[in-house]
Design a protein around this ligand. Structure first.
Ligand SMILES: [Zn+2]
Length: 161
């Protein structure tokens, strides 16, 4: 870290402390060349996620939009707001861990369907019908059989544990 006064690279850290509950580290630094003292902060960077829509348009990932879509799909089901928020939080986390800051809407849709498949069949099918825009019964039935397969494999996993 260069000195903010004389730009010398010869600086040292004289104090480090955690701030905002470990979300950032504040460092007091001192310049060996001119004696100037300055402060730097180190934070985890959460890059903004860019969503590429089916028509190629890019827009910033919106947590609110995703939540709204999920609330709609989960209306009058047993899925709680807390569960919905957890699904969205998991998706956000997964997207942030991706090396690529750009993600397609279909990737997000897949993640949502994965999350809903474990929660509620009705919500899953509702979301799928909007998101996948089923044009025929065959596509719908295929989706349903996939849920059932997933359910069976989850059950097998559970019995193993
Ligand atoms: Zn200096």
């Amino acid at each position: 870290m260069k000195c903010s006064q004389c730009a010398s690279a010869d600086t040292k850290v004289i104090e480090s402390r955690d701030v905002t509950e470990g979300q950032a580290i504040r460092r007091r630094r001192s310049c060996n060349a001119c004696g100037h003292r300055f402060t730097t902060y180190e934070r985890v960077e959460h890059p903004q996620i860019i969503v590429i829509k089916n028509n190629g348009v890019r827009e910033l990932f919106s947590r609110e939009k995703l939540l709204a879509g999920l609330y709609r799909a989960c209306e009058k089901t047993t899925v709680t707001n807390l569960q919905i928020e957890q699904v969205v939080a998991d998706i956000e986390k997964e997207l942030q861990q991706c090396a690529d800051p750009e993600v397609s809407t279909s990737k997000i849709g897949d993640l949502v369907m994965e999350g809903l498949a474990n929660l509620n069949e009705v919500a899953y099918v509702r979301f799928a019908s909007v998101y996948r825009r089923f044009t025929d019964i065959a596509g719908f039935e295929q989706e349903l059989s996939q849920i059932k397969e997933k359910k069976t494999s989850t059950k097998i996993k559970k019995t193993k544990v």
